[in-house]
Design a binder for this molecule. Structure first.
Ligand SMILES: [Zn+2]
Length: 695
């Protein structure tokens, strides 16, 4: 008898991977542990198991040999927090509403760690970047349901090592994760490890630097591959393992340097492998390779399904288990002569009853709107097409044109109209606005939102979202958070940024790239490099507040205070609620001697952001300069209530009190100042004088 292959989409592997069909077969004795590894900024085309010949991923390839490979997995957003919110919640951005940096994850959204913990799992997260640090505001709410959420990043001062402040190398993330994993009594566990390394700037570890001198991004991929190996080995053979990227990296594709603005495959096609260990006997076999398009929104429901746990109805993704599990063909052909090579006389087919082969994939990016005031973008991958909703819509036939190079929108209007209608239905469904939100995996329509709902022509309207509390409309991003984001080259927008004036991001991508470079340069204190780039951006587009702000900051750090004032004034005018702009403008004005104007802007900041210690200190110091001493003392005390070890506030308050003849009151502040900065001769001198006067 000839070997039979039932479905062209499946390459079947025998013997090595067995899926536990727990939910239907009732074969579970214990809950399996789950290891989720997310690779930041990792392109699908660098994976050996997806066809790369660069030889970067031997460990991932080995894992893939005992796993199911999803060759067409798509992220729902090219931004770290948005994509991770989708991965961990199994819901779409319109529902979970983490649509930008700083948007909190609402407590009402279903959340994988929370669900697993309620099922008795030990849960831990180990992340590699301050972008995913819930405590400093950029991933607020992400620690829900985790026993341990290991982040603890902080701002980087000039000259400090980025890997000790804003980022952690994957090796260290893995070491911390493995230490937790190997301590006693963890089973069953859910461990999420986030490896940030491939994110720019590309900087492979020292031992890979030489080999990848001309391709440092590839060096980062080779580095995370070794880390994945460590984690998978530590997790042991009985653990469910999922590895996915949160998004890819454009590397110049479609003119984009990094990621965040566009929605093409460079940044949305992601590696995804899931290992489902067999336990015991009598289990169905698993597909080796699934070529059906799948979404990262499907991952959380899949992991629950694989662990034999119920999926909450609010989860919008669909379990992938039906695509993975192979069952004997109903004609009753029995297995004979199976081989590891994937040919055999057994007739198997995927257990896909009730699902469709075509699962449309939605993605969106708010980043161009929130950062630059351009249009947001949304995309819809369905059938053989990619539709990009933009001021000038785009349509690509990705079978004939996988690189998405020929926009067919003008010549295929009926296809554009049909896909747009599907997208509209999906949008209505995924917000929950049409009241027909289906439970993950239980539907029959492939998650495409074909359940109806009003057609809309006004684009993704956020007003109908059903994500519960934690709304972000009009939310003001904390200036400190904005600064942290800037340190990574991102623009921390706020929901109150004016809506796009119809600028199509594809017409301005060069501006976004240059601004990104410039912001990284400002972060690295390379102001001489940053200034001409920012001047270039502003010459092209004077209306981007963050460009004006960064030019002002760069000039001020170069002590060109008078030249810093005009761009900072424009930054404030463009975005009057940007407190960091007011703060930087006030600081520059102070240095130019315009103390009265400085006081006015510091007062705006201190009253708007009363919990910002630096702002209270700065206002106090300006008041001291213009002889408003009681006001100065009040502001300095406020700063110290917020940050008791604030060096300059302690120093100045101690000095003022000494000069007012209240030396005994001054001593404790000056002692703290000396304690915080033992090398400060000024602090030591002021303390000595206060001690002398106080006698
Ligand atoms: Zn990311």
């Amino acid at each position: 008898m000839r070997p039979i292959v039932t479905l062209a989409v499946l390459a079947i592997s025998f013997g090595d991977t067995l899926v536990l069909s727990q939910s239907t077969d009732g074969l579970v004795q214990r809950k399996p542990s789950v290891l989720l590894i997310t690779l930041d900024t990792t392109r699908a085309d660098r994976m050996g198991f997806l066809g790369s010949t660069r030889g970067l991923t031997p460990a991932l390839d080995a894992l893939a040999r005992t796993s199911t490979i999803f060759t067409r997995a798509y992220a729902q957003a090219p931004i770290t927090t948005v994509s991770h919110a989708t991965i961990l919640s199994g819901t779409y951005p319109l529902f979970h509403r983490v649509t930008n940096f700083g948007s909190p994850l609402p407590a009402t959204v279903p959340y994988l760690p929370d669900l697993l913990r309620r099922q008795g799992y030990h849960t831990a997260a180990f992340v590699g970047s301050l972008v995913l640090d819930p405590k400093i505001g950029t991933a607020s709410g992400f620690d829900r349901g985790f026993d341990v959420y290991d982040a603890g990043f902080r701002m980087r001062s000039p000259g400090e090592d980025r890997y000790r402040t804003i980022e952690r190398r994957g090796d260290e993330v893995a070491s911390r994760a493995i230490a937790w994993l190997t301590s006693a009594g963890r089973e069953p566990y859910f461990l999420w490890a986030h490896l940030f390394d491939p994110h720019d700037p590309y900087d492979p570890p020292p031992d890979l630097e030489q080999r990848f001198r001309s391709a440092p991004y590839d060096g980062e991929i080779a580095s995370v591959d070794r880390i994945v190996d460590r984690l998978v080995k530590a997790a042991g053979p009985g653990t469910i393992v999922a590895v996915a990227a949160d998004h890819g990296e454009a590397l110049g594709g479609h003119g984009e340097a990094t990621h965040g603005v566009f929605l093409y495959d460079e940044t949305l096609h992601v590696p995804l492998v899931i290992r489902l260990p067999g336990v015991g006997s009598g289990f169905s076999r698993t597909a080796r390779r699934v070529t059906t398009r799948v979404r990262l929104a499907d991952l959380a429901p899949t992991l629950l399904d694989a662990a034999g746990l119920p999926r909450p109805s609010a989860m919008q993704g669909e379990s992938l288990i039906p695509l993975v599990r192979l069952k004997p063909d109903p004609t009753g052909t029995t297995a004979t002569g199976t081989t590891a090579a994937g040919t055999g006389a057994v007739r198997l087919e995927p257990d896909t009853a009730g699902t469709t082969d075509d699962r449309p994939a939605y993605a969106e990016t708010e980043y161009p709107r929130q950062a630059f005031g351009w249009s947001m973008l949304a995309s819809w991958r369905s059938d053989r097409f990619l539709l990009v909703r933009a001021p000038r819509p785009e349509l690509y036939d990705v079978i004939a044109d996988p690189g998405a190079t020929r926009n067919l929108a003008a010549t295929r209007p009926r296809i554009v109209a049909g896909l747009t209608a599907e997208l509209e239905q999906f949008l209505a469904w995924s917000t929950g606005a049409d009241g027909s939100r289906r439970s993950g995996g239980s539907g029959r329509s492939g998650g495409s939102g074909r359940s109806g709902g009003p057609n809309r022509s006004d684009g993704p309207d956020r007003s109908g979202r059903a994500g519960g509390s934690g709304g972000v409309a009009g939310a003001r991003i904390d200036p400190a958070v904005a600064e942290r984001l800037a340190s990574l080259g991102y623009v921390g927008g706020s929901g109150s940024t004016p809506a796009a004036g119809g600028v199509d991001p594809k017409d301005r991508i060069a501006v976004a790239n240059t601004l990104h470079d410039a912001m990284i340069a400002v972060e690295d204190a390379r102001f001489a490099r940053a200034i001409p780039l920012l001047e270039q951006v502003i010459a092209r587009e004077p209306g981007i507040p963050i460009a004006q702000l960064n030019l002002g900051i760069a000039r001020a750090r170069q002590k060109q205070y008078a030249r810093a004032v005009p761009p900072l004034t424009r930054a404030v005018a463009l975005k009057t609620d940007d407190m960091r702009a007011h703060y930087e403008l006030a600081s520059a004005l102070y240095e130019t001697g315009d103390v009265t104007s400085a006081a006015r802007h510091f007062a705006v900041v201190a009253s708007t952001m009363p919990a910002w210690a630096d702002a209270r200190y700065s206002l106090g110091s300006v008041y001291a300069r213009i002889d408003r001493i009681p006001d100065a003392i009040a502001e300095l005390r406020a700063a110290l209530d917020l940050e008791p070890r604030h060096f300059r506030a302690n120093l100045l308050l101690g000095r003022i009190l000494t000069l007012r003849g209240e030396a005994p009151l001054a001593v404790p502040y000056l002692r703290t100042a000396v304690n915080v900065q033992p090398d400060s001769s000024e602090a030591k001198q002021f303390l000595a004088e206060a001690l002398k006067d106080g006698k």
